[in-house]
Design a protein around this ligand. Structure first.
Ligand SMILES: [Fe+2]
Length: 216
């Protein structure tokens, strides 16, 4: 599946860092989803074996057991391994290879997500990262927000999303507008821009977002 990055600076950064050494500089927090997403949830102790049961949220495990959302346990383990390792930069860029290798969701799984009464499913929420499956109904947009420290990657799993990038100054100045098709992966942190993501199109879309809190 083709990886599409949304910013030339990102391509340069990723190439220089080999996707592993890049630590974006932080900027003051403003309307940060990452900040909102901090839950204080704790990781399993280092001695405990990591499994989907210890890594994923209770809600996600219940939804998977009921067959309402796809079983992304292996993917979550891979995301965890990508950031919980010696030499980790804390950057969400480290998730890109995992998302790039992610299998396409089957039509039945897509339909169940589209039909599900809940629009967001938090798969993992710990001190290292948060992974969220999101359905975007036509006309639905996030507010303008930043991703400080480790930044965020998202992958479009179904449909098409639009991302608007903004400067950090108030009022935010529109810098660019990008379209992301199924299979596309985008990265952002506050050193690049703030952004708003949404679906101005006629069909619903589904994406997976993975956020980190950087190092320390
Ligand atoms: Fe975001």
């Amino acid at each position: 599946m083709k990886t599409q990055f949304s910013h030339p600076q990102h391509l340069v950064s990723a190439a220089l860092a080999g996707l592993y050494g890049f630590l974006p500089s932080g900027m003051p927090l403003f309307g940060s989803l990452a900040q909102q997403y901090r839950s204080g949830a704790t990781l399993p102790s280092p001695a405990a074996a990591i499994s989907p049961e210890t890594l994923m949220t209770k809600d996600a495990l219940a939804e998977i057991a009921a067959g309402n959302i796809p079983d992304l346990g292996k993917l979550c383990l891979d995301l965890h391994a990508a950031i919980d390792r010696p030499g980790s930069s804390g950057s969400a860029l480290q998730f890109v290879p995992v998302l790039d290798a992610m299998a396409t969701l089957k039509p039945g799984a897509i339909k169940r997500l589209l039909d599900h009464p809940k629009r967001k499913h938090v798969l993992v929420d710990n001190k290292l990262f948060k992974a969220v499956l999101i359905r975007w109904e036509p006309g639905q947009f996030s507010g303008i927000h930043g991703h400080p420290k480790g930044g965020c990657v998202f992958k479009v799993l179904k449909g098409k999303l639009q991302e608007k990038r903004y400067g950090a100054g108030i009022p935010h100045q529109l810098l660019s507008t990008g379209e992301f098709f199924g299979g596309s992966i985008a990265y952002i942190d506050d050193s690049l821009a703030y952004h708003a993501v949404g679906n101005p199109y006629e069909a619903p879309a589904i994406s997976l977002h993975v956020y980190t809190y950087g190092k320390g």
